[in-house]
Design a protein around this ligand. Structure first.
Ligand SMILES: [Mn+2]
Length: 585
């Protein structure tokens, strides 16, 4: 088990105190806001109270005027429009959003989502040719297209108008494909204020633009709020930072998910055992319960059924499709579990492999839809960057995930000559190469890791956002902290530290793996705040080993890293701490 290292977010006490005073916020909340770059009371108010009026004008986006004009022409003439998506949550929900908007306005839509294994990522010329032969004259890509130079050329030759909507990054000085319009706030000339929209959110902006030109009031009051549901699911699933406009989309969309109107969403909720009437849907529910089910279609088979699920008006069909996603997700899980068992056995028996700083683990025929997830699991367990490779028919497909502070893409780029294709970013990479080059890849990556990772001990980094003694925890404070939700990338759930907390009783083990501590703040500070007893129950999931390792007993003094939880159990409900880490004080 790799060790944990606590890393403290740099405090800005002067700014935090000023903000707390000016905006009348609890000090610790002001500290958390300042850490997010929010120092002005008005910005704090907007952050804590997201509303529809905070969405930006879509026409601030470069290319929006041209895209809207061309799309309006197609809708008016009932020209069939081809939407070309991607197979993940972001790509499929983007198709759903634009398809719904165009059809609401009376337009005609077809769509194509590539098959992950048979077609692969990105625009395909053959699909453009077939669509052209069937009378399509306008193609709109969603969540893909920034690198489709050859396909854009095919479109031009065929006389197709192409609108690319995509959020993928450009390298400085990169050319862009030839297109009628490109909607991507990452283009240097684009002045759109939010640079980190996901693909579905860019599709949402295009939908918002055409819908508002038809009927601004109705769009603002009815259509847009309902569209935010899909955009929120994609925004959370695609792991864009939940700040700025993304926060507005995620927060309002989650609120709308409390009353899902669509048959598809309702069927998906039922399949995932989520009941929005009983409990508000959280970012966690979206990231860990809805998104894996939506993604399972594209991982295991074909993602186009996701689009049918979210657009069907037939209840029986919705239930059938949701059941199918459930089955795919079950298959994905068992495929993943079997491969993970094999990987763990390998790491357990091959000491040389297990000692590597950068793990490269290959297997025959592992499902390519899950190798990225497998790499993430290996990183979680080992705290080392990891690449999982599936070998099939003489071709090795790899997917890698990294750790804080190590640029995995640089490692991959140092072996560029070995690959038939590769790509990614600092933390996640993907590649393919002929299987016979795999030993050479491993040899070179081992050398690279020796050079760049040798001085690093594998360790899990725990970021701690603020100090909060246990006797400062009240339900009023918990209410304020809830206003920071939804949590996710760029807006992490706060982790607090309480120094010198004393165990009031011996640690209680639960099911031998978990541990429960009764704690009180051991301090000579002022008495506990009203509403706080100063004592708190703390639950450590899978941390029984840690309590034993530290020899915790009644009276032990510890530094506790924790998150605040509201336990809704009728008998022992109330505020408690979920333990993120324990050190002896
Ligand atoms: Mn995307």
């Amino acid at each position: 088990m790799p060790r944990q290292r606590w890393s403290f977010v740099e405090p800005h006490p002067a700014e935090a105190t000023a903000l707390a005073k000016a905006a009348r916020l609890p000090q610790v909340l002001a500290e958390l806001l300042v850490a997010r770059g929010i120092v002005q009371p008005a910005d704090a108010f907007a952050f804590l109270n997201p509303e529809l009026g905070h969405l930006h004008d879509p026409f601030l986006m470069l290319g929006m005027d041209a895209a809207v004009a061309r799309l309006e022409r197609a809708i008016a003439a009932r020209e069939p429009v081809l939407l070309y998506g991607d197979y993940d949550v972001d790509g499929t929900t983007a198709v759903v959003l634009l398809k719904t908007a165009i059809e609401m306005l009376g337009g005609v839509v077809r769509f194509h989502v590539p098959h992950r294994l048979r077609e692969g990522y990105g625009l395909q010329s053959s699909v453009l040719e077939a669509a052209c032969a069937e009378g399509v004259r306008l193609v709109i890509t969603v969540d893909t297209g920034m690198r489709a130079f050859a396909e854009a050329e095919t479109a031009r030759k065929l006389g197709l108008d192409l609108i690319i909507t995509d959020h993928h990054l450009l390298e400085a000085g990169d050319a862009v494909p030839h297109a009628l319009a490109i909607l991507n706030p990452n283009q240097p000339a684009c002045a759109y204020p939010e640079k980190f929209l996901c693909g579905a959110a860019i599709a949402l902006k295009l939908a918002q633009a055409v819908l508002e030109r038809r009927d601004q009031v109705r769009t603002r009051e009815k259509t847009l709020p309902s569209f935010l549901k899909m955009a929120a699911i994609a925004t959370i699933a695609d792991a864009v930072p939940l700040k700025g406009e993304n926060r507005v989309i995620a927060a309002l969309g989650l609120r709308e998910l409390r009353r899902p109107a669509g048959l598809g969403l309702r069927a998906l909720f039922a399949a995932a055992a989520l009941d929005p009437a009983a409990r508000a849907i959280t970012g966690f529910d979206v990231a860990f319960r809805l998104a894996p089910r939506i993604n399972a279609a594209g991982r295991m088979d074909v993602a186009s059924e996701v689009i049918e699920l979210f657009t069907t008006r037939d209840q029986a069909r919705a239930a059938e499709l949701a059941a199918k996603l459930e089955r795919f997700n079950g298959e994905r899980r068992s495929t993943e579990a079997a491969a993970l068992t094999a990987i763990e056995a390998r790491l357990g028996s091959d000491a040389e492999l297990a000692a590597d700083r950068l793990l490269v683990i290959d297997g025959q025929g592992w499902h390519r839809g899950v190798i990225g997830i497998l790499a993430s699991r290996v990183v979680e367990r080992t705290a080392k960057p990891a690449i999982v490779v599936s070998v099939e028919d003489g071709v090795a497909h790899g997917s890698g995930r990294s750790v804080d502070g190590f640029q995995l893409l640089n490692a991959i780029e140092s072996c560029a000559d070995l690959f038939t294709r590769f790509g990614g970013h600092a933390f996640a990479v993907g590649f393919a190469l002929p299987a016979e080059r795999l030993p050479e890849l491993k040899r070179r990556l081992r050398l690279y890791a020796e050079e760049h990772l040798a001085s690093r001990e594998p360790e899990h980094l725990l970021r701690i956002h603020a100090e909060l003694p246990l006797d400062r925890i009240t339900s009023v404070l918990a209410g304020w902290l809830r206003k920071l939700e939804p949590f996710g990338h760029g807006n992490p759930e706060p982790v607090f530290v309480a120094r010198r907390a004393r165990l009031l009783a011996p640690p209680r083990l639960m099911k031998e793996r978990h541990v429960r501590l009764e704690l009180a703040q051991d301090s000579v500070q002022p008495p506990p705040l009203a509403g706080s007893s100063g004592a708190l129950r703390a639950i450590g999931w899978s941390l029984a080993f840690r309590a034993q390792e530290l020899g915790l007993a009644q009276g032990s003094l510890i530094d506790l890293a924790y998150r605040i939880r509201e336990n809704e159990h009728p008998d022992f409900g109330g505020l408690e701490a979920e333990i993120a880490g324990i050190e002896l004080a």
